[in-house]
Design a protein around this ligand. Sequence first.
Ligand code: PLP
Length: 414
Amino acid sequence: MTLSDRINSITEPQTIGMARKARELKAKGIDVISLSLGEPDFNTPEPIKLAAKKAIDENFSHYTHVSGYLELRQAIAKKFKRDNNLDFTADQIVVSTGAKQSIANIMLCILNPGDEVLVPAPYWVTYLELVKLAGGIPVVIPSTVENNFKTTPLQIKNAITSKTKAIIFSSPCNPTGSVYTKEELKSLADAIIPHKEMYVISDEIYEHINFVGKHESIAQFPELKERTIVVNGASKGFAMTGWRVGYIGASKDIAQACDKIQGQFTSATCSIGQKAMHAAVDMEVSAIHPMRDAFKKRRDIVYNLLKEIPRVKTNLPDGAFYFFPDVSAYFTPHLNPPQRGGLGTLSSPPLGEIREGVRNSTDLCMYLLDKAHVALVAGDAFGDDNHIRISYAASEEKLIEAMKRIKNALSELK
Ligand code: PLP
């Protein structure tokens, strides 16, 4: 049986591959600490669960409008005004099966074969694959830990060609935790505004996990508002990863196009999940501040422990729940291949045991899994092979133990 070129051109998310490997070790009775997955270790807040139970009891069990039932889209429009001062009407909102499907819809709606999408690195793993799946070409823009992983307007200007259709980025960022300030977003907007054919896909899924204050959206700049597609959802801020609900706010044209695609793929997302999302967007945001504050405390713990590990370079993340430290000083110099980070189109070597030394971030993650029994994700998957991603969505106790194990295991590498 031959599969399509399309499916052969994309890779399985490494985050999922590493989690599978960790589960295999756990099944053998090994005490693995998993810091590889991108989801809060908190439970969905009670009012959201109650709304979903009520929806089941009241038989809210039929197909809804493809873009989500009207009152939900109206509530999301209110949320955009309340939290982001953005004006959207209900017909500019499309609710989907997670922000992931929202991004898939967008790519399928805006890209023709050969269209380029700027993807500042480090990026969320899925961006590249969805661009490729839609026939587009990802153009990766590298950054450094020294610059807090921020893309500059000059880099954007230099990367734009006549084929550039869009730019996609997240702030707060997965995997770096970096958060763009209003001034930084304005300077990026100024670089994009003259290119009238270009969309901005602003992934704001970590909006509520922000340690520096108010969330800023690039959609706030009027010249860009019509061309910005804001992606958001409840997975991270409301600990609702399994409910699979996300949404976009966009121009009517884009919303209609996404509705058309989604009408063929899923009809709409689950009606009960929509009711749960409705309760989430109606909730006082302060209700989830204890979760955000817990993440901030853990960030500080991990930061202090990371700083104690020689030769590891890190920034202090301002949001989300990840560190993305540079660990390349632990690679075995004569085995270190040419830098692969930033290319983004090469696939990682298969997960395997370290025999000769550590060549790259995948080898280092495998070494740490085998030796320290800590599951992490190789930076290669996020577009920078000198780094690893540490998710601190785990208890303080586990984080302290994991960092101790990592430090000890690294100290054995020459
Ligand atoms: N965007 C980013 C940056 C993410 O990290 C994730 C999940 O890891 C998503 C989108 C997907 O969110 P959802 O669970 O709503 O599909």
